[in-house]
Ligand binder design. Structure first.
Ligand code: NAD
Ligand code: ZN
Length: 352
């Protein structure tokens, strides 16, 4: 779990006071990994508290984090500095994951591909802080960093992955584009549905999942206009949704969406929406409400993105999806293989 959380409008300004006590020595910098969408936005960049050798590195999130990029950034940092005080990720789920993964690769040998899986990371990373600018993924609280590698899209799940500190400032998510806000917000909604209907559900996950679901429905279904209160609530929904899946698992939508992402580069939020739109048979009540939210916010959910794929490409997506056994077991129980055959998955992908 993340041990230190600061929440509140404007709390980004407290970043300097929060991180400075963690500085190892005057020469050891904090490295700010910042989504390059903010490059031109001086209103945020000018507030990043730099001192000494501190450095801002702008990183693109046009593609979701890749193991090759994680390996390159961490190698460059190791070559450039004898000692680093901490890694601060500022951005959506992509940049939070990038920060977590780069952090771990500063202290673990080899490539990040070696650690895609569960509890493979050997050494703790260094001090790392997450500052979200989108709300929904729960990456700010989760014990994973989801990476696309040469073989698969899979997280580095470990006790060393979670941030030491997160700074949750709803003012930072205020200007997110409406579509992106919806797609990432739906990631949270889908986390809740998959967690709350899963076989891994327990009282811990249920209490967080119930709260996150309530907040998602309030902001996306019940309120007529989006306001500051909506941003506050969506930020807390993301936190609670992430906590819910930390002690349970996601399910069918995520397993299938990972296949789309691996083969076609479909981003997580929109990919989950494309899949969830088509899987009413698994989550009837959840999908019905999802469709109502799509209508209410007049969001376009792409269709036919798998049209024209080759047999080999379908097989690759199916391989990626089937590899995620805990997700299937959570969704459908120990005998999930009776329902989820390669043929079934092919027919589902063909609908998307
Ligand atoms: P994202 O970080 O990929 O960003 C989506 C787009 O929004 C990008 O173009 C980015 O530049 C832009 N953006 C970000 N903040 C903005 C802002 N305030 N204003 C304008 N544009 C902004 O989107 P996401 O949905 O937050 O994250 C998706 C990623 O999170 C995927 O890589 C997924 O695998 C990962 N994820 C991780 C976990 C986890 O537990 N670690 C859970 C779910 C998803
Ligand atoms: Zn997700």
């Amino acid at each position: 779990m993340v041990s230190k959380v600061v929440f509140g409008r404007g709390c980004f300004s407290a970043t300097k006071d929060i991180i400075e006590p963690q500085r190892k020595n005057p020469d050891a910098p904090f490295i700010f990994l910042v989504d390059d969408v903010f490059k031109e936005r001086t209103s945020l960049i000018s507030r990043i508290p730099l001192s000494g050798n501190d450095k801002i590195m702008f990183v693109s999130s046009d593609l979701e984090p890749k193991t090759s990029v994680v390996d390159k950034i961490s190698a460059d940092l190791k070559n450039s500095f004898d000692s680093i005080s901490g890694i601060i990720g500022i951005g959506g789920g992509s940049m939070l994951d990038m920060a977590k993964a780069v952090d771990l690769m500063l202290t673990n040998p080899g490539s990040s591909t070696d650690y895609q899986g569960w509890d493979l990371v050997k050494n703790p990373g260094i001090y790392h802080v997450g500052i979200p600018t989108l709300a929904g993924t729960g990456a700010e609280v989760s014990r994973t960093t989801v990476l696309s590698g040469p073989e698969r899209k899979l997280g580095m799940n470990s006790d060393y992955t979670p941030f030491h500190q997160i700074v949750l400032d709803p003012e930072l998510i205020k200007n997110a584009p409406v579509n992106q806000r919806f797609y990432t917000g739906m990631d949270c909604y889908i986390h809740c549905i998959e967690s709350l209907t899963g076989t891994y559900l327990n009282a811990f996950s249920k209490s967080y999942g119930d709260k996150a679901l309530e907040l998602c429905e309030e902001v996306f279904l019940e309120k007529d206009d989006w306001d500051d209160d909506s941003d506050d609530k969506l930020m807390m929904a993301s936190y609670h949704g992430g906590m819910s899946i930390a002690y349970s698992q996601v399910g069918v939508a995520h397993a299938i969406s990972y296949g789309l992402s691996f083969l076609l580069g479909t981003k997580h939020g929109i990919g989950n929406c494309i899949v969830f739109d088509q899987i009413e048979e698994f989550y009837p009540a959840g999908v019905k409400k999802f469709k109502a939210m799509v209508d209410k916010h007049q969001i376009h959910i792409p269709k036919n993105i798998c049209a024209g794929l080759s047999d080999q490409e379908f097989e690759k997506m199916i391989d990626v999806a089937l590899f995620l056994e805990p997700l299937w077991e959570n969704a459908l129980g120990k005998n999930w293989r009776d329902t989820i055959t390669r043929k079934k998955l092919r027919s589902m992908y063909e609908k998307m």
